[in-house]
Design a protein around this ligand. Structure first.
Ligand code: ZN
Length: 168
């Protein structure tokens, strides 16, 4: 992410100073301060009735063409669970229900900066998939046949979910 150079409120060139314990850009004209906060993302670790895991092959950056778990950015005014199920629906046409929160993660991504990731375990009754333009492919796989997921965050979520399932 490129840093702001000008104030988004009044257009004045920004200065930088130590503000509340961090170097932050601020506007010397209107006093706007550029707080940089993580952007929330919801990820859906989705299983069908046979406990097969849904993995999708991404058709966009970051991680173009990589197998991953579905998910995306939360919208303003949306509950995290809603956003998680909405993303799943948009990408795969699957109607899921939230089973549990797997974990909360923080990641720095070049394209978007700081991300706060909420990973949910989602279950679907009907596993008929229709992918949208964001994906090349999607399918439910038994644990031993899951295509290789190479995104470290998604590996961590899968590992955490498997540990959770093994103690149920
Ligand atoms: Zn300003």
């Amino acid at each position: 992410m490129k840093p702001y150079s000008f104030c988004p409120i009044c257009g004045t060139g920004l200065d930088q100073a130590m503000i509340e314990g961090r170097e932050r850009k601020f506007c010397p004209s209107c006093s706007w301060i550029h707080y940089i906060n993580p952007v929330p993302v919801a990820i859906a670790y989705t299983v069908n009735r046979n406990d097969e895991l849904l993995v999708v092959r991404r058709a966009h950056e970051p991680a173009y063409n990589e197998w991953s778990l579905p998910g995306g950015f939360l919208e303003a005014g949306e509950e995290a669970e809603e956003g998680c199920l909405r993303e799943l629906m948009e990408e795969t046409a699957l109607e899921g229900t939230i089973d549990s929160l797997i974990g909360i993660y923080h990641r720095e991504v070049e394209l978007y900066g700081s991300l706060l990731v909420l990973a949910y375990r989602v279950v679907v009754a009907d596993d008929t998939i229709a992918i949208n333009h964001e994906l090349f492919d999607a399918g439910f796989y038994p644990q031993h046949l899951i295509p290789e997921v190479r995104i470290p965050l998604h590996q961590d979520i899968i590992k955490a979910a498997s540990l959770y399932e093994s103690v149920q």
